[in-house]
Design a protein around this ligand. Structure first.
Ligand code: TEU
Ligand code: CA
Length: 553
């Protein structure tokens, strides 16, 4: 396997609106991020990924971009951004930006032009259709509720939007559009950024003729606009035109992929992307849609992680994440935020940092932030949640109260509450009331109370990140072998690199597990050093709730 800084990195995702507010308007900003760079340096991460800070229509918190080359004034100025970049680089931190190129904002100059007339030079930057039999062109459903087609009065045609109607899809079939995107990417790369996280990049190719989705299933959507074969031509072109010319990191966000498909996006000889975000583990919990999900069994999580470890081994590279700005807090989803918040935060972190792949830490998980469980409708801001509420009310007569359990479980606002820096009002995020309420638990769960405290979740993350720098086996270790794979909650695996073996044991449940370890593991451990553990005393017959330990031999 080729060695690279992309594989050795630990990436930290910043959601700028909620990270740090420097000018007290209640919204996080670039100068706020600069003021916290030393914190990130102390944590030990090597790459910062910034969710979008470009000029935006504000319909999807920045994922609806109205000018790809400007900074949204609510975050600061271009000068502030350049300053952030140089301050990050000064500290040896790399910085990557979000590239949102499947769609723009309807407030983008291109779209304002395009919708004017059918012969406007920008018309073909977007996807237009007359409709079929006096109706929408297809039965496709938006990720954010309702049809994906919006009728545009000016020209009597529909345009496609896989997300909100304020996010028209860009037409990648148009070579001029593709060149514009590559130029934008070069603009930022030439400024000195270190790469891109590419938003829903496996959706950019749509099936010709826009066939109807047969059933509302994933494989059916795959026949229309997800992972279409032609997407690889676009990505190889993007690689040739942009990525290959820089020493950069490229990570694609790709819903609905399998390891086989992921190998196509990330295979080293394929010249597409370094790595992708798959969704299988975050989509666990059953149900026909996101809002019908239930609890996740530890064994299901084990099985998915193992599937991806084995599936990409030698064929591609994993991105490892348990949360981001679209997911609930990992502690609340995979751990036990009521009874074992600290233990489960550490156990899950152990898994995140010791599987093969590049770990991504989402702001706040390193101090064990959990879902806020807001109970009032006005506390929710996310367009996905708000649209869902409208849809479920219209279609199924459901009220906010009816939907609250689902929102508590998977709503996106759960992860977007302001970063908890200290126990002062508004958690040290701002001096004024923030755009989204602070989680009430900030009084006890915050950075100030954890930095330099040995037992804290923060110190545990710091330790894991530093172990990655010390031991190559954590990065490059291969030959993932799982033990007791049928066990309902003990996750046990080893990884090998040269003459080193890493052994990891994690109890993914809130129960104490009595279990005799396999002989092979016992003998490996007997000749090894314990490099991290989230309990003071280790008893290898009796694993307390969310026990986690890693050994090196
Ligand atoms: O997310 C894409 C995506 O798949 C999400 O819509 C996901 O399915 C959903 O959030 C799960 O509930 C990306 C961005 O990460 C997200 O913030 C944007 O809203 C979306 O694309 C549109 O740009
Ligand atoms: Ca601000």
């Amino acid at each position: 396997m080729k060695k690279s800084w992309q594989k050795e990195a630990v990436v930290y995702q910043i959601y700028p609106m909620s990270f740090m507010d420097s000018n007290n308007d209640g919204i996080g900003d670039i100068n706020g991020i600069i003021s916290r760079l030393d914190y990130l340096k102390d944590l030990g991460i090597s790459v910062i990924w910034l969710s979008p800070i470009y000029m935006s229509g504000g319909a999807d918190n920045g994922y609806d971009i109205s000018d790809y080359r400007q900074i949204d004034p609510k975050f600061g100025t271009m000068e502030d951004f350049k300053n952030l970049l140089s301050e990050a680089h000064k500290r040896g931190l790399k910085l990557i930006m979000d590239g949102v190129y499947n769609h723009s904002s309807d407030e983008h100059r291109w779209f304002i032009e395009a919708k004017k007339s059918k012969d406007n030079p920008y018309r073909d930057y977007y996807i237009w259709h007359d409709g079929k039999n006096g109706n929408v062109p297809s039965n496709w459903q938006s990720f954010f509720s309702g049809t994906t087609w919006k009728y545009s009065e000016e020209t009597g045609q529909y345009y496609l939007h896989l997300f909100t109607e304020k996010q028209p899809d860009l037409n990648w079939e148009n070579p001029k559009l593709r060149q514009e995107i590559y130029e934008i990417m070069r603009f930022w790369m030439d400024m000195g950024i270190d790469g891109f996280r590419l938003d829903v990049i496996n959706l950019i190719k749509k099936e010709e003729g826009f066939p109807n989705i047969k059933e509302n299933t994933r494989s059916s959507a795959n026949e229309c606009y997800i992972n279409r074969p032609g997407v690889h031509d676009f990505l190889q072109e993007m690689n040739r035109e942009v990525l290959a010319h820089y020493d950069c990191i490229s990570v694609g966000e790709t819903p609905d992929v399998t390891p086989e498909i992921a190998a196509l996006y990330t295979g080293e000889d394929r010249n597409e992307l370094n790595m992708i975000f798959q969704f299988e583990h975050v989509n666990l919990g059953g149900g026909s849609s996101k809002w019908e999900r239930g609890k996740i069994k530890p064994i299901e999580l084990k099985q998915v992680m193992t599937k991806w470890q084995k599936g990409l081994e030698g064929k591609g590279w994993n991105s490892l994440y348990l949360s981001n700005h679209d997911q609930p807090r990992l502690l609340s989803r995979f751990g036990d935020d009521k009874n074992y918040p600290v233990e489960s935060a550490k156990a899950l972190a152990t898994m995140l940092h010791t599987l093969q792949g590049t770990p991504y830490v989402y702001q706040g998980e390193e101090i064990g932030m959990s879902n806020p469980y807001f109970n009032r409708p006005e506390q929710y801001k996310d367009v996905e949640t708000l649209n869902m509420l409208k849809e479920y009310e219209q279609k199924h007569g459901k009220t906010f109260e009816d939907m609250l359990p689902a929102i508590h479980l998977v709503g996106r606002d759960n992860a977007r509450t302001p970063m908890q820096w200290d126990s002062s009002q508004y958690a040290g995020f701002s001096m004024v009331e923030p755009w989204l309420d602070v989680n009430k638990n900030y009084v006890s769960i915050n950075v100030a109370s954890q930095q330099n405290v040995e037992e804290s979740v923060f110190s545990y993350y710091k330790k894991l990140i530093s172990l990655r720098k010390e031991h190559e086996v954590i990065v490059y270790g291969s030959y993932f072998t799982e033990y007791l794979s049928e066990h309902e909650s003990l996750y046990i695996y080893t990884r090998k690199h040269e003459d080193k073996t890493l052994i990891v044991i994690i109890n993914l449940s809130s129960n104490t597990i009595n279990c005799e370890l396999p002989t092979e593991i016992k003998s490996l451990i007997s000749n090894s050093e314990n490099i991290i553990c989230n309990y003071k005393h280790i008893n290898l017959l009796n694993f307390p709730p969310f026990f986690a330990a890693a050994y090196l031999s």
